[in-house]
Design a protein around this ligand. Sequence first.
Ligand SMILES: [Zn+2]
Length: 582
Amino acid sequence: MTAGFVANAVLEEIQRRVPIVEVVSHYVTLKRQGRNYVGLCPFHTEKTPSFSVSPEKGLFYCFGCGAGGNVFTFLMRIEGWDFRSAVERLAERAGVPLQSASRQGARTSERERAYAIYQIAAEAFRRCLAGTSGQLARAYLKHRGITLTAAETFGIGFCPSGAELQQALAREGVSVAEARRWGLLGEARDGRLYPRFAGRVMFPIRNLTGNVAGFAGRTIADQTPKYLNSPETDIFRKGEMLFGLFEARQAIRESGRVVVVEGYLDVVSLAQAGIREVVATMGTALTGAQLQLLRRFTDEVLVCFDGDDAGRRAAERAFIVAAQAGVWAKAVFLPQGEDPDSFVRSSGAEAVLAAFDRAVPLADFFFERKAPAPGASLARRARAVSEVADVLQTVEDPVLWELLVRRAAELLGVDEHLLRGRATRQAGQSALPPPVPVRAEQNARPEEVTLVQAIALSREAAEEVAAKNAWSLFASPDLASVAKQLAEAWSRAEDPLGVLHALPLEIQSAVAEYAVGRGPLAGANLVQVARDCVAKLLQRQRRRQFEVLTAELRAAERAGDAQQIAVLAERLRQLREQPEQA
Ligand SMILES: [Zn+2]
């Protein structure tokens, strides 16, 4: 079995050199648990880890949603890459050369091209910041207390109004059309092209693989808007990304928490003071998607608010968003009139860390704010319960709902049963977790699927099936072909798991599930499993032959064809006397 454009041996070599745990760790915080690693699944929302990675087998599997596969499958799913891109990226990281012919043949996808263009632009912006045209921008950063080292860490640059950007793009082969398409150049009324970010300090926004997916530009004069972003595209969705997350990943893992702030300069300023587990939204309110993204990295999500009334109202909204997204988050309130940047500069890193340590659950903040004052009127009390219940009704996560109802009853000082009745979730009445989704075609032909799994997992099982030449017994030609190819891979001394991504999804998942020590095949003798499956397939074939012969015999009897009756009766007798097993 080959993946078409690259030999299996090459795929195995790539997987050997880039361990799956290393790749997955870029997206998920993994903890060792016996032979496997576990973490929160990046493919569905969950509170307790059901996502496992087996370093020995090079596979991942999620017990919650059934996602499973090898390192290529993982990247295809999480990055939306096609198989070729996943292989090319990993090959590059592993230092494994792919054949040049296949590379030339590779169609560079549009998003890959966009990343390349943004990378070229980011470098041009950086050079401009360091050069003559960047003088004012450097003065601005200095005035804001940003050191050049911190600026370099985040790849901060400057977009001049002159022709420097166009020249740099042209030199690197970026066409004018491309620069316009990706929002680097704008067109004036008279048709003249100009740098869209002219006169702005440029913050590149990286995705989780470190690719620049867009920019935010802050004016250093008095242009409006103060901040300008790259256009929303396939690769740049402001509501689903966070500035600084790529840079902060390591610090988040080390500190066990992440802090969300509002400003790009807050992130840079705090990082400069040694507080690196910080990310920023990009001019939009915090979204559920962003909170869920952060929950993949840590349980401890802190959101920073100003200490004024606007900050409190923002925190109220953030609680509702977090509760609906099924995320438990905390609020940090800074002293009135301070943002993280001003606060760290006026009071130092220790004061900021102390404020982080005083973070309160957003839920507690919300319920306490809604709680009626002692001695409040009955009408006021009823309104408080009603307001809180309205929010709780929208919480879909059953576990979080339970937790919030109890907390709310306590903090509002109302009867829990009363609140429970009033806050019943609209979607589903029970507090049971949602059912595990059934995999497609799971019950199509169970023994054929099981047989393929056994063959994929065990050389001996493959040999057993090959010896009986059982391929013709399959009802599904696709599965028969997969089974045969897997057995052939074994006979060529290749590890079929290296080419797992080429298998049907249900097989991938089941094989990965087995590899992490779970599922119906866990602990089974795979040779015996294969034997049993072949026996079942033989039985099924026999039954079918019986049915056919019996039907033909009846037809012959109706037609009174004595000769035909004799032939068919003899064949039925032979079939009955055949041993059950091959
Ligand atoms: Zn999952």
